[in-house]
Design a protein around this ligand. Structure first.
Ligand SMILES: Nc1ncnc2[nH]cnc12
Ligand SMILES: [Zn+2]
Length: 352
């Protein structure tokens, strides 16, 4: 937890979270509980699955994105019933609410469930129930984003996209947009051009993971070939001055995940996440948790880690919060409400 006096301000600051994989909110205790309840056998040949404590310790030794993904896909194999998906998402929303999240745009991976024989509708029903409760009981507005798994063949992604229930959820507006996640280096964005063209034609909003482990030209490929309006992670942008200028000029928002970047060894420490470079270049970004149960922190932990590393001013934090509001895929009325809440907090903070 953050020790700085600004902690109270950061907690109260109205936040938008744009980069959280709901499957990444599965904590080891819940994982073991659901494995038992749903009769799922976890790997016997990996000592990490002996207990919650062992698993948590293993999470602290991830060596790369792929090393993490191995555990992430095994973990989600315990999710079977709509009630499992609902409980998982609700656990996340409770943390988000405690951390001052006002609006959350949450990812999930349909192919990771349908490939195990779990119906898309079951997954959606559970997540939607939690979203509805989050709005009614916590005042958090939400949007759902289906992510496609880039390590799977493109035809598999297209088949999922065209699946009747998936199409229904796109056309009804139950799903706001699509993303692209999973193993990055061997699967450049341009491979998914057809998928993104079709998604755009369906009226979906578009984002993609790019420049997490992959080089900066994956970011330009996501912008040019996939026509995305946001980039998830995007930290490799900092090594490319010209592209950084372009991203700043066209106001593409990056959804940065500092603790994730350290745990997955994309950077050595939080200080190496290019927060200062982005602020100086006028690049818009939000700060997010990515997979909080795996990376040791929810959104406020990420805000605090950034503050400790960069000692940002109230003005800079306000700029970050407002960029997150503007980069959200909610309506203008909701954006105005959140901007007003930021203004009110800053006025009260200055009077204290
Ligand atoms: N950080 C990440 N990068 C790519 N795919 C993911 N799926 C879940 N977390 C991810
Ligand atoms: Zn991610």
């Amino acid at each position: 937890m953050c020790k700085s006096p600004i902690h109270d301000f950061l907690k109260l600051l109205p936040k938008c979270e744009h980069h959280i994989h709901l499957e990444g909110a599965l904590t080891p205790p819940v994982l073991f509980q659901l494995a038992q309840r749903n009769n799922i056998t976890l790997p016997q040949d990996d000592d990490a699955f002996q207990s919650s404590e062992f698993l948590l310790q293993r999470y602290q030794r991830f060596t790369s994105l792929d090393d993490f993904l191995h555990y992430y896909y095994i973990g989600m194999s315990v999710l079977i019933h709509a009630s499992d998906f609902e409980a998982l998402a609700w656990d996340y929303f409770e943390h988000a609410s405690a951390d001052g999240v006002h609006h959350a745009e949450v990812f999930f991976d349909p192919q990771a469930h349908t490939s195990r024989g779990v119906d898309y509708r079951t997954v959606l029903e559970g997540f939607q129930a939690a979203c509805k409760r989050a709005t009614q009981e916590l005042g958090i507005t939400t949007e759902l984003i289906t992510c496609y798994l880039r390590h799977l063949p493109v035809p598999d992604c297209l088949e999922t996209f065209h699946h009747e229930a998936v199409q229904e959820s796109y056309k009804s507006g139950e799903i706001r947009g699509i993303g692209l996640d999973s193993s990055e280096l061997d699967f450049p964005p341009h491979l998914f051009e057809e998928l993104y063209t079709k998604a755009k034609g369906t009226g979906l909003r578009l984002t993609s993971h790019a420049g997490e482990e992959g080089p900066s030209h994956y970011i330009s490929s996501a912008l040019d070939d996939l026509q995305v309006e946001r980039i998830d992670h995007g930290i490799k942008l900092a090594g490319d001055e010209a592209l950084m200028k372009r991203v700043a000029t066209q106001a593409t928002m990056l959804t940065v995940c500092p603790m994730s970047n350290v745990v997955l060894r994309c950077v050595k420490e939080i200080k190496d996440v290019p927060i200062r470079a982005f602020l100086d270049a006028g690049v818009k970004f939000s700060i997010n948790s990515d997979d909080p149960a795996y990376f040791g922190g929810y959104i406020l932990d990420n805000y605090c880690a950034v503050h400790e590393a960069f000692d940002l001013s109230i003005d800079e934090w306000t700029t970050i919060a407002r960029a997150g509001i503007e980069g959200s895929w909610c309506g203008q009325t909701r954006k105005d409400e959140m901007h007003d809440a930021v203004t009110k907090l800053v006025v009260e903070w200055e009077k204290r």
